[in-house]
Design a protein around this ligand. Structure first.
Ligand code: MG
Length: 250
């Protein structure tokens, strides 16, 4: 299934995406739903980010080539930070370049979308708590990152967590091509098979720290090749089977 969230004639709904057509759902994939017989065309709707999360839990330095480009050791435990719910951004909407930021970076990341409340679960149980996967951009005010003892300010501005265009349960997260492009030029190119800490481990590990709620997302880290963006640029995160998450810089 490919779940999307959209606005149509002032109503916000979830739907199942099939090609260019949306089968409208009554209810939510994060609680319970029924599939209605109503369909709308993808062209007619305003796409929203596919889930309203209470928290985006982000893993830093989870690809060895990215740790190397920062000249940091490969972590032996996950490096974890949070983005607030107000950082969520829909596909095609502008990322706001903050006035206090001197360098704004993209980070292509596989997002895990939690489907049901997860507390103290094992790696073997992880899959049954995951609704699916999506593309995410861990937008970062890079020049602000080393100024602080931690990363909250650099990672938390409004619009710094683009997500989408849909959540799919039809992919194997252990082996997906992942890429970022700025103005059509490839900037990062890797595969989720290179993740240091894998999806089942991350869900289990984080669920032992904080209860993961339906709609929460885990951003799994970015591969090497980071660089800056400028006002007017178009940034795309492309993950095999998960479509293209496109935003502009406003
Ligand atoms: Mg990141």
């Amino acid at each position: 299934m490919k779940y999307i969230r959209f606005k149509y004639q002032d109503a916000i709904s979830y739907g199942l995406l099939s090609d260019q057509s949306i089968q409208v759902l009554e209810g939510s994939p994060f609680s319970s739903y029924t599939i209605t017989d109503k369909t709308v065309s993808l062209k007619e709707v305003e796409l929203l980010h596919p889930c309203d999360f209470s928290k985006a839990v982000c893993v830093g330095l989870n690809y060895s080539d990215h740790a190397k480009e920062f000249q940091l050791p490969i972590p032996t435990e996950p490096v974890v930070f949070l983005k607030p719910s107000t950082s969520a951004l829909a596909p095609e909407k502008p990322i706001i370049y903050p006035t206090m930021c001197g360098r704004l970076d993209y980070e292509a990341e596989l997002a895990i979308v939690i489907g049901k409340k997860a507390h103290n679960i094992t790696e073997a149980e992880a899959a049954s708590y995951i609704l699916g996967y999506s593309c995410a951009n861990d937008v970062t005010a890079r020049d602000l990152q080393p100024k602080q003892g931690q990363w909250t300010i650099a990672k938390s501005f409004d619009t710094f967590c683009p997500l989408g265009p849909f959540v799919s349960d039809e992919v194997d997260p252990a082996n997906l091509a992942i890429e970022s492009r700025v103005n059509g030029r490839t900037m990062q190119k890797s595969n989720t098979s290179n993740l240091i800490f894998k999806v089942p481990f991350l869900v289990s590990y984080l669920s032992q720290v904080m209860t993961l709620l339906p709609g929460d997302v885990i951003l799994t880290g970015t591969p090497g090749g980071i660089s800056g963006m400028h006002k007017g640029d178009t940034v795309e995160i492309i993950i095999e089977g998960l479509g293209t998450l496109r935003n502009t810089i406003g």
